[in-house]
Write a protein that binds this ligand. Structure first.
Ligand code: HAX
Length: 444
């Protein structure tokens, strides 16, 4: 892997003085204001993290290394006959900021292929889980179990310069990313296919091999490439990315950090929303006895959900204020490949119906669909109907971005993350409420 590593090394050496200069000469420059609403409100929108891998504009959506998603799909090379780019090419882009050549991609494909074999004990760990376990729990535990393989942990304990931390993080990242499709498909086989597993094909790229191991024909290879690419990164403040960064900042290794990020992704307000969308749609289709609902019936169902105090899964976002381009890309794919799918038709109707209802309800700051509103129905269409599994697919994609982030975290020698907390009493004092209360008490 010397070609990619050499290129990365060169980029790191070029980048380090920029970070060092900002810190040394401009460390006191004010970036944002911390208000009480930021402290209590989950730090929503607070500018307090750094990443160069991707940037999320509220109106435009995500850019990977400066490229919009349509640009990424247009510029990244594709396997012969495929409609979607190599996932390995995306890893190169996220890591180096450069669109790779075919040769550079084929090096990464070969490297992933060499590193894909799972240690034997991992099968035993996965097999030991009771059958009703959630696949995300097994996925996270399986990743964590591989901590013993960490090259970074070994180097750290053996004594390594801080300047060089990124190198074993890079090796660990490649080892882990190469194995994730194998782990995920083994979990799938265990939970839903009576353990009947399809061995991987070392001659295929990541998306192609994933489809092969899932036992799916074309265009599921393109579905996998599309899915992994659009889910890979969403800057660093979202729960999964932040969890990975936070845990990594303690110099935990890649297995510990990615396992933590997977646990963050497993929450229903975050990655699990794709599973929630399918559960919600299936409940509706159950009520409709399989018939496509009318617009009025759909409106009623949306209002019923809201009136029960529940959220509409797949809608809203903490940062975005427009339709998520990841939703749009999947919609375009569905319009082309599965326009007559009944669930897609319902999802399309929801696109028209939900935003005005959320606006009328007046709570959600963003009434538009996010990535999760579409991803599950594509999987459903291609026969992956065990929707508990959908967040695992998200996790494979997200790991690509988080690994790139963690390698750069170590390259730029970002320190332990440790913000300061205050008590409610202290906030009341800052707000001036507490003093007022004491004066009122005295008056009494
Ligand atoms: N349906 C109903 N109400 C919603 C809503 C939705 N889809 N989205 C937001 N709201 C409500 C919130 O629950 C909140 O209500 P309260 O004041 O009663 O607490 C209010 O509107 C304001 O919320 P907000 O500021 O617009 O949104 P947040 O930044 O707090 O939360 C969420 C963002 C994504 C968590 C939120 O929009 C949501 O719960 N959406 C549904 C779940 C979902 O699709 N999650 C996936 C998001 C994308 C992602 O991370 N994928 O991994």
């Amino acid at each position: 892997m010397s070609r990619l590593k050499d290129k990365l090394h060169e980029k790191i050496e070029q980048w380090r003085p920029r970070t060092a200069r900002l810190l040394e000469e401009y460390g006191d420059v004010v970036v944002d204001k911390v208000t009480i609403s930021k402290l209590i409100g989950g730090m929503r929108g607070l500018k307090c993290l750094v990443t160069d891998i991707s940037y999320l504009d509220p109106n435009e959506g995500i850019r990977y290394r400066g490229y919009t998603l349509p640009e990424v799909f247009e510029k990244l090379p594709k396997p012969k006959g495929a409609g979607m780019p190599y996932v390995e090419g995306l890893f190169h882009l996220l890591l180096t900021g450069e669109i790779p050549s075919e040769k550079e991609i084929s090096d990464i494909v070969d490297e992933f292929s060499k590193r894909r074999i799972l240690p034997r004990y991992l099968y035993e760990v996965i097999d030991a889980f009771p059958c009703c376990s959630h696949p995300m729990t097994i996925f996270s535990a399986a990743i964590l179990t591989m901590h013993r393989e960490s090259f970074f942990a070994k180097k750290y304990h053996g004594g390594i310069s801080k300047q060089d931390y990124w190198d074993p993080m890079f090796e660990d990242s490649l080892n882990l990313l190469a194995k994730l499709p194998e782990i995920a498909t083994y979990i799938y086989a265990k939970l839903y296919r009576d353990g009947k597993r399809i061995q991987s094909n070392p001659n295929l790229d990541m998306g192609g091999n994933f489809a092969f191991m899932m036992g799916k024909d074309k265009p599921y290879d393109d579905v996998s490439r599309l899915h992994f690419i659009i889910h890979s990164d969403h800057e660093s403040g979202n729960v999964s990315a932040h969890a990975g960064h936070l845990v990594g900042s303690s110099l935990a290794d890649i297995y510990q950090a990615i396992s933590a990020m997977i646990n963050g992704l497993a929450g229903p307000l975050h990655g699990l929303a794709n599973q929630e969308v399918l559960r919600w749609l299936q409940e509706l289709m159950g009520k409709m006895e399989g018939q496509i609902p009318t617009e009025d019936e759909l409106k009623q169902y949306v209002w019923d959900t809201l009136n029960l105090g529940q959220v509409i899964p797949g809608y809203g976002h903490a940062v975005l204020r427009k339709t998520d381009p990841r939703y749009t890309l999947q919609r375009e794919f569905s319009l082309k490949q599965m326009p007559d799918d009944p669930l897609f038709q319902v999802v399309n109707m929801l696109y028209k119906i939900v935003p005005p209802i959320l606006k009328e309800q007046g709570k959600a700051k963003n009434p538009w669909p996010n990535v999760d509103a579409q991803s599950g129905i594509i999987q459903w269409h291609y026969g992956v109907r065990e929707y508990d599994f959908y967040t695992v697919l998200f996790g494979i994609g997200r790991a690509i971005g988080i690994c790139a982030n963690l390698i750069w975290d170590r390259a730029l020698m970002y320190p332990l993350e440790r913000p300061k907390s205050l008590t409610t009493e202290m906030l009341e004092e800052i707000a001036g409420i507490r003093k007022k209360t004491e004066e009122t008490d005295k008056e009494k």
